[in-house]
Each structure stands twice: as C-alpha cells, then as structure tokens.
Design a protein around this ligand. Structure first.
Ligand SMILES: Cc1cc2nc3c(=O)[nH]c(=O)nc-3n(C[C@H](O)[C@H](O)[C@H](O)COP(=O)(O)OP(=O)(O)OC[C@H]3O[C@@H](n4cnc5c(N)ncnc54)[C@H](O)[C@@H]3O)c2cc1C
Length: 454
C-alpha cells in the first residue's frame, strides 16, 4: 500500500507491480502529484513557451524576418493544461496497465498494516508513505490578500500580470521570474540574502545573478519582507532597511518561499512514527522507525526533487521486497530551467576546499564550442571538479544551453567513479554540446583543444 500518487508514490507503485506485488495506491487529488499538476511539468511547459518567444524575438539574427510578435496568454495556459492532462492520463493508464488498485480519497493509517480510505479498511503487509509537500508562504500580514500567490496559484492565472514581485530566490522563484519576465511582465525578485541558488556552484550562481538585470529582472537584496499591503490595484511588499522602511510595488506577488513536508492526515505521532520538524525520519533503507513502514519523496524534507522522489520510490520498494539497497545521494543532479539554464551535480569547489579535499578545477566556455556557436547560445560554461590525486570526477556544474541535459554525463561519471581521463578517452559526437564536457575534462589533463593556454 502506497499513500500518495506523486513522483515518489506512482513510481514506487509501478516498480512494486513489476516485482510481482499486489499494489494499492491511495490518492486524494490527481495522480502525478505536485510534479505533474503544479510543479515540474506545468513550469517546464511555460518555460518552453518563454524559450520559443525569446528565440522568435531574435529570429532576425538567423535571417528570418519576424515582425509584430504577440503572445496569447490563454493559449499559452491552454497548452500547459493540455500537457498536464496528457501526462496525468498517461499515469492513469500506467496504473490500469500494471493492475494497481487506485483508491480515491484520503489515506489514514490505522496501524502499520491497516489503512483506511473513505469507509474502507485495507490490510497491507508493507506500507509506503509518499504524501509530498506543500507551499509555505511567509507568515506575514497581507499574505492572504488577493493577488498574493503561491506557486500553485500562479500556474492557474487567466491573465498575464503587468508586474510581479517574487519573494524568495529559490530555484522555483527564479524559474517563474524568468518565465513571466520573458512573457512581458515586469518582474522584481526580493530576497533577504544574495541570490545563491544553493546547491548551485557559487561562481555559476554569481554569474547567473549578473545576467538577471540584463534580462530586465530587478533583484532587491537585503529585504527581510515584513508585510504586504494593498492600495487600490497595487500591492506593496515592505521591509525595513538601515535607511528606513522600503518597498516595491506590483500588480501581483508570488511567495516562492519554500515547501514543507505534508503529513496532515496521517496522525504520525499517534502511530509513533518519528519526525524531525515535520519531515518523516527514515534510515538509509528508507524505512521509518516502525517496521514495514517506509517513507519517500518530499515528505522526507531533504532533496525536494521529483527525480529523487522517484529514485527513493524504487529503493524503498526493493527494501520492502527484502532486496536490501541503501539510498545513495552522491550523484543528485539539480537543474534550474531559467534563461540561461543551470545544472549541477556533486561537490562545488568551495565544498572541496572546506572539506580539505585535494582538487583541480577546469572550465570550458560555450563560446568555444562549435555547436553552441551555431545555436547562437554562447553564454555560460562547463566547470568540472576532480580529485587531484586520482582524477575522479567529484562535481560538474554548468550554465548554458541544455545544461539540464548535459549534466547527465557528470551524474553518470560520479555514480560510476569515472575519471576525467575516462571522459577524455570517450568519443563525443561532433558538433554537439557534450563536446563542451569533453573539453572541460581535457582541461583536467593537458588542456582543452579549442582553448588557447595562456
Ligand atoms: C513550482 C514547482 C516546480 C518544480 N519543478 C521541479 C523540477 O523542475 N524538477 C524537479 O525535480 N522537481 C521540481 N519540483 C519539485 C517536485 O514537484 C517534487 O519534488 C515532487 O513532486 C515530489 O514528489 P512526491 O511524490 O514526494 O510528492 P507530491 O508530488 O507532492 O505527491 C504527493 C501526493 O500525495 C497526495 N496525498 C497527500 N496526503 C495524502 C493522503 N493522506 N492520502 C492520499 N493522498 C495523499 C497528494 O495529493 C499528492 O498527490 C517543483 C515543485 C514546484 C512546486
């Protein structure tokens, strides 16, 4: 029995069915959870629209005359909704095809081996909790004013706001800022501390932050927001500064201030399931302190990413089947689908430095990569961190075109313990963006071919 049908739960259900289990899944809302309905997929559908729009605007650079480019917000949102429906119905089909019994309703745990959904009590030998997370708006006056949005709300807008203030500089806030800015909204990001985008590499994060004003996104740092006020049609986001009270104004405000594990209906303390600040505690086999009860995904409050949730789903199922497997977080990719894209895996040079690890850094700019030049996408670079003694890849960080796709090579290298030399000895197709990864690996040895050594 799995409670929650998001990226963690539905993948766990399918994997368990593949391994021959009789599987039931409880979902109180739509299958696919946050990722498909209110997260990764709708934001990436909109990010693609933003990308097409930006490319169309500079079509003249490619010798294509395009005049009078206009957007139609209802069509943009309809496309996003269609993509979501298509993928949700795909998951529904997968449930049917794998003979997974989907119970519609709120799952309540009566005991480790008994779950109640609506009026039905369902016995189970193993239980996996995959109830996800929810937005956590700042607890400040004005948070409930009309026009103050969570990330869920902004994905349901019917009209493009003229201006938007984004509170918080999480990757989700930055992605949405990037999308709405491209669509024509005047965007201001308001943040207490400098935009670091952790766990992004510091240098890449800094370079990315420098691109924001050039794109037209204003960033206000040092703003510990204390209230939101409305005057007519205008919302003001207010904070104190040494010079006195300050504020920025916008038609709408997005609270991109993080998410917290969601366990509301579960009565965890009654069951004796241990938590830490709302997150369910598990061991390295993803089992809770109660035998036969596992927890996976955002409800663990750690790596709140869909691919980690799905990975944990597979690991927990195998452990439930007595095929012991530890969750291994050495190579977790993180991606930011903004303009330009950012992706990273493994340690940063600061972490290597702080940890006293002997390391070497190599970098290769996209401006020296033939494919990037043909694409007209030369901003950014690949950066690789390798162990100074044996050349093992410890980290890879990318800002630039298709960074989120390119990072897969770094993920695999770290997972397999590959060295820079092994990447160098691997033939990379020409002309492609992965050649930039190849050249960065060369920088760990004698030097990249397409960069002059100074
Ligand atoms: C705007 C946004 C953009 C994002 N973009 C990305 C991205 O690009 N890449 C990425 O990797 N991650 C992204 N994420 C994060 C990603 O969506 C989550 O990490 C992922 O959805 C976690 O999956 P989950 O299964 O743990 O939880 P969820 O997807 O939240 O699923 C939990 C499910 O459990 C159900 N549920 C809860 N309690 C009960 C109950 N008692 N009974 C029955 N059902 C219950 C809920 O209805 C929900 O469907 C994004 C998140 C947001 C908000």
């Amino acid at each position: 029995m799995i409670i929650g049908g998001g990226s963690a739960g539905y993948v766990a259900a399918i994997h368990a069915a593949h391994l021959g289990a009789k599987v039931a899944l409880v979902e109180k809302d739509k299958l696919g959870g946050t990722c498909l309905n209110r997260g990764c997929i709708p934001t990436k559908a909109l990010a693609r629209t933003a990308e097409v729009l930006l490319e169309t605007r500079r079509a003249n650079d490619f010798g294509i005359e395009v005049n009078n480019v206009k957007t139609n917000f209802s069509k943009i949102m309809a496309r996003k909704n269609n993509i979501v429906s298509q993928l949700v119905s795909g998951v529904e089909q997968l449930m049917k095809g794998n003979k997974i019994h989907v119970h519609r309703g709120t799952g309540r745990i009566l005991s480790p081996h008994l779950v109640k959904v609506n009026d039905e009590e369902i016995a189970t030998r193993k239980l996996i909790i995959a109830t996800g997370s929810e937005s956590t708006p700042l607890p400040i006056p004005g948070r409930d004013l009309p026009g103050v949005l969570t990330t869920d709300d902004i994905l349901e807008l019917t009209e493009l706001p003229e201006s938007l203030v984004v509170i918080g500089g999480s990757y989700v806030g930055v992605e949405l800022a990037s999308i709405f800015n491209a669509l024509g909204t005047k965007v201001t990001i308001v943040k207490r501390r400098p935009l670091r985008l952790e766990p992004v590499d510091e240098e890449i994060g800094r370079r990315f932050a420098q691109t924001l004003p050039r794109q037209g996104i204003e960033v206000k740092i040092g703003a510990a927001v204390k209230a939101i006020k409305r005057k007519g049609a205008v919302l003001s986001v207010i904070w104190d500064s040494p010079e006195g009270e300050q504020g920025v104004h916008g038609q709408m405000v997005l609270m991109a201030t993080g998410r917290a594990p969601y366990t509301k209906d579960l009565d965890l303390s009654e069951l004796g399931i241990q938590t830490d600040r709302g997150a369910i505690k598990v061991n390295e086999y993803l089992e809770t302190n109660i035998k036969d009860v596992y927890a996976i995904g955002d409800v663990l409050g750690k790596n709140m990413l869909a691919h980690v949730a799905s990975y944990e789903g597979e690991v927990a199922v195998e452990n439930a089947f007595d095929h012991p497997r530890k969750a291994d977080y050495r190579a977790v990719p993180n991606c930011i689908f903004a303009q330009p894209e950012i992706a990273g895996v493994g340690i940063t040079d600061k972490e290597a430095n702080d940890g006293g690890i002997p390391y070497k850094v190599s970098k290769f700019p996209f401006v020296a990569c033939g494919r990037a030049v043909t694409m007209g996408e030369t901003t950014g670079m690949v950066k690789m961190i390798c162990h100074a003694d044996d050349g093992r890849v410890l980290g890879m960080h990318i800002m630039g075109p298709h960074a989120s796709d390119l990072i897969a090579e770094g993920v695999l290298a770290i997972r397999l313990g590959a060295t820079a030399e092994e990447i160098v000895h691997t033939i990379h197709a020409h002309p492609t963006l992965p050649e930039a990864v190849h050249e960065t690996a060369m920088g760990q040895l004698e030097g990249a071919i397409h960069l002059l050594r100074i």
